[in-house]
Every structure is written in C-alpha cells, then in structure tokens.
Design a protein around this ligand. Sequence first.
Ligand SMILES: NC(=O)c1ccc[n+]([C@@H]2O[C@H](COP(=O)([O-])OP(=O)(O)OC[C@H]3O[C@@H](n4cnc5c(N)ncnc54)[C@H](O)[C@@H]3O)[C@@H](O)[C@H]2O)c1
Length: 274
Amino acid sequence: MSHFSSEKSATVSFGLRGRVAIVTGGAQGIGEACARRFAREGAQVVIADMAEGPGQALAAELGALFVHCDVGDKTQVDALVASVMAMHGRIDILVNNAGIFKAADFLEVTEADFDAVLRVNLKGAFLVGQAVARAMARQPAHPGDGDSTSRGAIINMSSVNGTLAIPTIASYNVSKGGINQLTRVMSLALADHGIRVNAVAPGTIATELAAQAVLTSGDARQRILSRTPMKRLGQPSEIADVVAWLASDAASYVTGEIVVVDGGRMTLNYTVPV
Ligand SMILES: NC(=O)c1ccc[n+]([C@@H]2O[C@H](COP(=O)([O-])OP(=O)(O)OC[C@H]3O[C@@H](n4cnc5c(N)ncnc54)[C@H](O)[C@@H]3O)[C@@H](O)[C@H]2O)c1
C-alpha cells in the first residue's frame, strides 16, 4: 500500500493570468492537463494538435483556441504561430509536448517508423520551438512581468527515456535524448533574448500513450511499479504543475534544466522489488 496519494490537495497559483500559452499535443493526456492548468491560471490557451474532435471540444470547454497543426510540418507550424500572433499579438509560453511512441525489437525497427517518431518528437519540437522563439525574441516583456528582459518560456516534454534506455524503443529513446540536447542548446542560444528553455522528464504517467505503449498487461504494470519507489503511476496534472512552475516567474533563474518527475525511478539503483 502506497503512502502517497494520487489525489492532489493543494492548488498553487503561478500568476500566469493573461499569458498566452501554446500547448502542442494539447488535445489529450499530459498536454490536456497542461491546457487545463493554464486555463485555471487565467492564461490564454492555444491547443495545437492533429486530433480535431477532442481538441475542438477541449478548446470550447476551456475558452481556448484550437489550431489544427502537425508539428512535423513547417508550413503548418508557421501558420500556427501566425494565427496565434494575429489573435493575441504575443506568445509567452510554449509547451512542446506532442509525441508518439513505436516499439519494436531493434533488429525489426523500420526506417519509416524511425523517421515518424523522430519527425514528431524531435523535429516537431525544433520547428515549433524555433518559430515561437523568433516571435518571442521580437516582443517586449509581458506587462505583468517584473523583469523587463524576460520575453518567454519554453518547456520541452522529454522522458526518463531520454536518459535510460529500453532495447525495444530505439526511436523513442533517441528522440527524447535529442530533446534533452535541444533543450540545452536552445537555453544557451536564447538566453540573450530573454527566453528560458527547460524540459520536464516524466516517468510513467497515466495516459492513453502509456496505456498503449507500456501498461500493456498486469505483469508489465507490476514491473513498472516495482521500479517506481512511490509505487504508483504519475497523474497528468502532476506534470502540468511542474510545467506551470517552469513557465512562471517563480522559475525566473531556471534555464537549460531537465526536471525529472518520476516518483523516484531515476534515483533507484539496484532493481530490487520495492
Ligand atoms: N505518458 C507517459 O508515461 C509519458 C512519459 C514520458 C514522456 N511522455 C511524453 O509526454 C508527451 C505527451 O504524452 P501523452 O502520454 O500525453 O500522450 P497522448 O498520446 O495521450 O497524447 C499525445 C497528443 O499528441 C498529439 N499528437 C501526436 N502527433 C502529433 C503531431 N504530429 N502534431 C501535433 N500533435 C500530435 C496527439 O493527437 C495527442 O493529442 C509526449 O511527448 C510523450 O513522449 C509521456
């Protein structure tokens, strides 16, 4: 029996009222939780996703803007940024969250699957990150921001699989390792522009992706929990809370950092049953 509840009791506000926040892959899962978190803060939320139905429905519920966008397509990414600038005139926060997962024995990985995962998870974060950073670099600090040099915050969704490796997910492992380096490169390149860039590296979070990718049987679930000192899955809202903090002025001196949110998995050395 875990000592840690999955229910959240405290709700901290990070003062994001009026900030314009784009969440890619925001129609469901971790991205949806980020969109909900930002909306609760009073931010102007933009959900950028390929899933038209759920994306539109969530946007309507939250009073957000939905933009159909495949993050791997530069034309669509440029159109996304143009439409957000036309509607809101600025972009304060970007969460590069869209991601896909394909598993196969290493000897069976196809070129098409490898390309598909890298295209969405890594190139997508680069394309959206660059296009948004260009817009951020040209804008003044947010009026509510005490720091006149601060122009925006970008949060990339990594994974513990950006550091740890699993033999059957070469493309995913590589894409998330790439996200960690993209985060570091962007943080250095954009510091002079007043843009902070960080990543969040979740462990196993209860979403559709995890259900299909890793929580495929009771046995698989048990194996994951046995390597998770807190003995439970993470909730999407627990990732969203860390994203909201990184997006806020409460993290004003944090950049180039990869924040692990995994219930203790990365700290575990011996893989003894816990
Ligand atoms: N769930 C986990 O355990 C876990 C752990 C570590 C990291 N992550 C990462 O968190 C992110 C979100 O994962 P999730 O579990 O919420 O997944 P999910 O499958 O529940 O949601 C992903 C969303 O991304 C959208 N999407 C997919 N391809 C897209 C594209 N080309 N352009 C725009 N949107 C696209 C989907 O439509 C969907 O709404 C991913 O980057 C994933 O790698 C998840």
